[in-house]
Design a protein around this ligand. Structure first.
Ligand SMILES: Nc1ncnc2c1ncn2[C@@H]1O[C@H](COP(=O)(O)OP(=O)(O)OP(=O)(O)O)[C@@H](O)[C@H]1O
Ligand SMILES: [Mg+2]
Length: 397
């Protein structure tokens, strides 16, 4: 839109971001390249994005009045976390503010139940599922033969980083491990690999995807252990994964980024697990590995600018820096200089002062001439880099 564009490069358009976490921080850097007024709303004044926002507003993105007051000060609104007050965003949109992703899309995605139903309604591939109101109705369904073990139970709302997801395999699990509250119960998929595609879409109808990445999980933390780009899959599967991701973004009629988490099953099918309408952990490597990072691409998509080049320049591995198990308290990093001395290694810290077991404290991107080269260096990084509590202050847990 000419009006939007004309204000973007002369500081007239103010961008407001709901959430001040690490995603909001990393989006502040491409925003700064264009000298965009970059406003951030977060209740925590020490949030990772706070020092990099041109305007930081203390307030709760889950509260209607805080979102409304914040929205009135800016022209274009986006998010870096889904759990925001969408009623307030609808009001702001009705009052003429540009809001991407649309509040309607956020409402579908925020609830894993409505999200799964959306894929069924849109004929997009996802694993079979049923919805339940609580533990009791799940147990009854099993007793009545309407549900069989094993299955995956997910809380409909508020799950993240694997919290709110349990695999129920045995009668003991069914007795002891069910999560309380409304849940989606999915068939346990026989997963060969977990893949992700980040696709960008803007209001002028352009669509562009980043190369498919492969996520490898730590079975103990239930978090991504490392991520490899490009995924080691056939060209045919790569094309199929990208097609599904682009179809999904089109079905949502989204403007912005959509990170699509996919399962490649042992029988070669590709299923949608879940999506995030924002930058995503699986796209952090793009900061160094692609001409346009996922953060810049999100800004371009939300502001309806031409989408940038997403070609992978080199193989990349991304390792999350997680709080070491056994340490809680003031953070202290070990091995940082060793890691920084390895060529093609880029450290990102999120500025969180307190570590906890498996807390996401930062990430490292490792570039290599080949996937094997990047993976070998990533192994060195993982061996050397530890995120512990400061000696004397850390509390062993
Ligand atoms: N139906 C399923 N079958 C088998 N494994 C599954 C299934 N659903 C989820 N998982 C496993 O659990 C992980 C976490 O699930 P999901 O992505 O839905 O939760 P989350 O808490 O939103 O995760 P995150 O925030 O880390 O993306 C998946 O990455 C996958 O390893
Ligand atoms: Mg997930």
């Amino acid at each position: 839109m000419a009006t939007e564009e004309s204000g973007i490069f002369n500081g007239k358009i103010k961008l407001g971001v709901l959430g001040g976490g690490q995603l909001g921080k990393m989006m502040a850097f491409p925003a700064a390249n264009w000298h965009l007024p970059y406003w951030v709303l977060d209740a925590d004044e020490t949030a990772p994005a706070a020092p990099y926002a041109t305007h930081f507003v203390a307030g709760d993105f889950r509260k209607k009045k805080d979102v409304l007051a914040f929205g009135k000060k800016v022209d274009v609104l986006t998010i870096e976390i889904e759990h925001v007050h969408t009623g307030a965003l609808r009001k702001l949109q009705a009052a003429g503010k540009i809001v991407h992703p649309a509040p309607e899309v956020l409402d579908i995605i925020k609830d894993k139940g409505t999200q799964k139903q959306f894929y069924v309604d849109q004929s997009l591939p996802t694993s079979p599922f049923q919805l339940f109101s609580g533990k009791g109705s799940i147990r009854k369904a099993v007793q009545a033969g309407k549900l069989s073990l094993p299955f995956v139970q997910k809380s409909r709302t508020e799950g993240y980083d694997g919290k709110g997801v349990v695999v129920i395999q045995t009668a003991e699990d069914l007795r002891d491990r069910l999560l309380p509250g409304p849940a989606v119960v999915e068939d346990l998929v026989a997963i060969d690999r977990e893949l992700a595609v980040i696709v960008a879409r803007n209001a002028r109808g352009e669509v562009r995807s980043f190369p498919v990445v492969e996520m490898v999980f730590d079975p103990v933390a239930n978090l991504v252990d490392y991520l490899l780009a490009p995924a080691q899959i056939s060209v045919a599967l790569e094309k199929k994964a990208i097609q599904i991701a682009e179809d999904t973004a089109a079905a949502y009629q989204l403007s912005g980024l959509l990170a699509v988490e996919l399962f490649l099953t042992t029988s070669g099918e590709i299923l949608i697990n879940e999506v995030a309408p924002r930058p995503h952990n699986s796209g952090h490597h793009t900061i160094e590995s692609c001409p346009t990072s996922q953060f810049e691409q999100h800004l371009r998509a939300v502001l309806n600018l031409p989408l940038g080049d997403t070609q992978l320049r080199q193989a990349a591995v991304m390792v999350n820096i997680l709080g070491e198990p056994g340490y809680t308290g003031d953070v202290c990093y070990e091995g940082m200089e060793t890691v920084m001395a390895i060529p093609g290694v880029f450290v990102h810290l999120y500025g969180k002062k307190q570590t906890r077991p498996f807390r996401k404290m930062g990430h490292v991107t490792i570039l290599g001439d080949t996937p094997a080269d990047a993976l070998a260096k990533a192994e060195q990084v993982k061996q050397a880099l530890k995120c512990k509590g400061e000696s004397g202050k850390g509390v062993n847990v």
